[in-house]
Design a protein around this ligand. Structure first.
Ligand SMILES: [Zn+2]
Length: 452
């Protein structure tokens, strides 16, 4: 399989002969996760599922940045501890992702539980003069890392213009970035050789990825917004520490989600949470939406597409449920499987892969009408959908929350009215169910229902 590397700006092969080490930057759990987090999680989950389907072995690590200015501020506002805030949002986040059929990471380290590794790394960088301490704060000496800027392709002037110096900062050079921050007042702090304090954001990911995956990653991933400064700084620290480049063979970045052409952000207040979305649409339709374009590009949020995805999922489900003939004349699925694999193995081209899934589904329907045996193709279609994490049986939560017993009681009552030939009353119940978001249909083995 080949993946586009942001640093070398080209497609690179993945090594299939050994376990692949994959590290993805995780969330800062200070508020409810939004659909941008969900999209990134679904894209990397799709990569993971595809690699596993191709018999790659991999180790997948995604961290939680559970110490950070934003978390400290929220804890202060709510008059509670950062642990309480982060634990609440971490469990909410994991719960939302599992509803989206995202597989849990092999390791999901929390920054606050890996402080020792971060301190060790900072000490080593200081002893190599790549970092320094001033008054309990530690900084990375950017001028000591020759290739600083290589990932984001920024030159020094551009980076200088963007560098921000806080009033209290005493660093040697404006571009130097914090590795360790001295404890201020009652903020959380850990013991260190430089007094009580807490790690900077960037060193957390360098230390955690190295602890769980070693000095050379196969893929380091995250949203495009992390390229600078976060990933640029991770490279400087990690390669400065190890002298064993490259820190990652491939840097894989997903595009961000836009709402009405605006970047979704807390400051603009245009946030849609994962759970809001799951109330409206099935996990399958949401996943299909997230992978409908090129993962590197921005994606425009669009309810119309989600609604049409919902219909597409229903059609796929109907195709999977067709009763195949047992004719010896069989529809061969290989052509579609090959097309799917070709698309996926070339930089995770999910939109083309979805195209071959729809093509396959149409071909199954046509073959069914001609009495051709479709069972092998139906099985293959289900497998391909599973690689994309698309479960056609997933429902949106609003309907899931409906009382199943209430629905079935109403259906039984309707059937009783029909037996009594009281069709007016029977139709009234059908209308009532429809208003509840439930469609019913009569089949040979009784009345069935599904969410609309
Ligand atoms: Zn990170």
């Amino acid at each position: 399989m080949q993946i586009y590397d942001t640093l070398d700006k080209k497609l690179k092969d993945l090594n299939s002969n050994r376990t692949l080490n994959i590290y993805i930057c995780g969330i800062t759990p200070y508020s409810e996760s939004h659909i941008g987090h969900a999209m990134s999680a679904v894209i990397f989950d799709t990569l993971r599922r595809y690699l596993l389907s191709q018999d790659y072995k991999l180790k997948f690590v995604q961290n939680f940045t559970d110490i950070d200015d934003k978390l400290i501020n929220v804890a202060k506002e709510k008059n509670t501890t950062i642990d309480k805030i982060s634990n609440k949002y971490i469990s909410q986040h994991l719960n939302s992702l599992s509803k989206l059929n995202v597989m849990p990471a092999d390791h999901a380290p929390k920054a606050t539980e890996e402080i020792k590794e971060m301190i060790n790394m900072i000490e080593a960088l200081i002893s190599k003069e790549m970092a320094y301490e001033i008054n309990g704060d530690c900084y990375f000496r950017v001028n000591k890392f020759d290739t600083y800027g290589k990932l984001s392709k920024r030159n020094t002037d551009e980076m200088l213009a963007g560098a921000r110096i806080d009033i209290n900062e005493n660093k040697e050079h404006p571009m130097d970035f914090a590795l360790w921050k001295k404890q201020i007042n009652d903020e959380p702090g850990w013991e260190s050789p430089w007094g009580n304090g807490r790690p900077g954001w960037h060193i957390e990911c360098s230390a955690m990825s190295m602890k769980y995956l070693g000095q050379n990653l196969d893929i380091h991933g995250g949203g495009r917004d992390l390229i600078f400064p976060h990933h640029e700084n991770e490279i400087a620290q990690s390669e400065g520490f190890s002298d064993n480049p490259p820190f990652s063979n491939i840097w894989m970045h997903n595009g961000l989600i836009n709402l009405k052409s605006e970047k979704m952000s807390k400051s603009i207040g245009n946030i849609i949470s994962i759970d809001d979305l799951l109330q409206k649409y099935s996990a399958a339709a949401i996943r299909m939406f997230f992978i409908s374009g090129n993962y590197k590009n921005p994606l425009e949020y669009d309810d119309a597409i989600l609604i049409s995805n919902e219909k597409a999922i229903n059609r796929l489900k109907q195709t999977l449920n067709l009763n195949s003939s047992d004719s010896l004349d069989e529809l061969d699925p290989d052509k579609f499987i090959n097309k799917f694999n070709q698309s996926m193995s070339k930089d995770l081209n999910t939109s083309l892969a979805l195209g071959s899934i729809f093509e396959m589904s149409r071909s199954i329907n046509q073959s069914f009408n001609k009495n051709i045996n479709i069972s092998k193709s139906q099985l293959a279609l289900a497998k391909l959908l599973n690689i994309l994490g698309i479960d056609t049986d997933s429902e949106n939560e609003t309907n899931n929350n409906l009382d199943t017993k209430e629905i079935e009681d109403l259906i039984n009552l309707r059937n009783k009215h029909r037996l009594d030939k009281d069709y007016k009353k029977a139709d009234e119940i059908r209308d009532k169910l429809e208003a509840m978001g439930i469609a019913i249909y009569d089949s040979d083995d009784g009345t069935k229902w599904r969410n609309i």
